[in-house]
Design a binder for this molecule. Structure first.
Ligand SMILES: *[C@@H]1O[C@H](CO)[C@@H](O)[C@H](O)[C@H]1NC(C)=O
Ligand SMILES: *[C@@H]1O[C@H](CO)[C@@H](O)[C@H](O)[C@H]1NC(C)=O
Ligand SMILES: [Cu+2]
Length: 205
């Protein structure tokens, strides 16, 4: 008993972690996640919004209010669109979008950035960024190459239908510390601006 508590205390500082998108604004908590995922997960993200998914799945299994149909922890950590509908970016194909990651504590591994269709939690198109090794090495933020924390992605073409409506797609940054076995996700809500012709109709309507 005592040793379990002592171990928990020793691990506590290590558990405070790890990464989140800070630019553009990324999904945050609100009333909807607390309904979908339960209060334990909401509180955990509130106290550390850079925390990892495996910590949340553990909390989920102990919370009767966790609703797996509404809370997919492997999509944006369960963070909900309806809590973030005021934070939707509008992009068009070819836009260059600067991304900044607050990478609090590194765990070397793999990472990618992709467009994900939220209905199926499925990648749309090619990776916008892909690190197949060597992502987030070292012990502190500054050990991580700046190019892994600040970079740009180009909005691909072909999203005009799939991502026409806010909430249908996110840009998701995903990172797995391979030795730590910790998964991080952070999402930006966006929609693709309508075509010029369509906007013309909208404006004259
Ligand atoms: C994450 O938490 C930090 C404070 O620790 C806060 O400054 C930041 O706005 C939060 N970001 C999101 C997307 O919730
Ligand atoms: C890319 O990220 C997705 C999550 O969006 C993850 O399931 C997948 O394993 C990652 N793939 C690679 C090759 O990094
Ligand atoms: Cu960690």
């Amino acid at each position: 008993m005592f040793s379990a508590i002592a171990t928990g205390l020793l691990l506590a500082p290590v558990v405070l972690s790890h990464g989140i998108i800070t630019t553009p604004p990324s999904r945050a908590i609100g009333p909807a996640i607390s309904t979908a995922c339960g209060q334990a997960i909401t509180s955990a993200i509130k106290s550390d919004n850079t925390s990892y998914v495996e910590q949340l799945t553990k909390l989920a299994s102990a919370d009767s209010k966790f609703n797996p149909a509404a809370c997919d922890l492997y999509l944006c950590k369960g963070l909900q669109f309806s809590d973030n509908s005021a934070n939707v970016q509008t992009w068009k194909a070819g836009d260059v979008v600067p991304i900044k990651i607050w990478l609090r504590i590194p765990h070397e591994g793999i990472a990618n950035v992709s467009i994900v269709s939220t209905k199926q939690n499925k990648k749309v198109g090619d990776f916008l960024k892909l690190w197949t090794a060597g992502y987030a090495p070292g012990k502190s933020t500054n050990d991580v190459p700046l190019s892994q924390r600040e970079f740009s992605v180009t909005v691909p073409s072909g999203l005009e239908t799939t991502c026409a409506n806010a909430g249908d797609c996110v840009l998701q940054w995903w990172w797995l510390g391979t030795a730590a076995k910790q998964t991080y996700e952070s999402c930006v809500d966006f929609k693709i601006a309508g075509s010029a012709a369509y906007q013309g109709v909208e404006f004259t309507a």
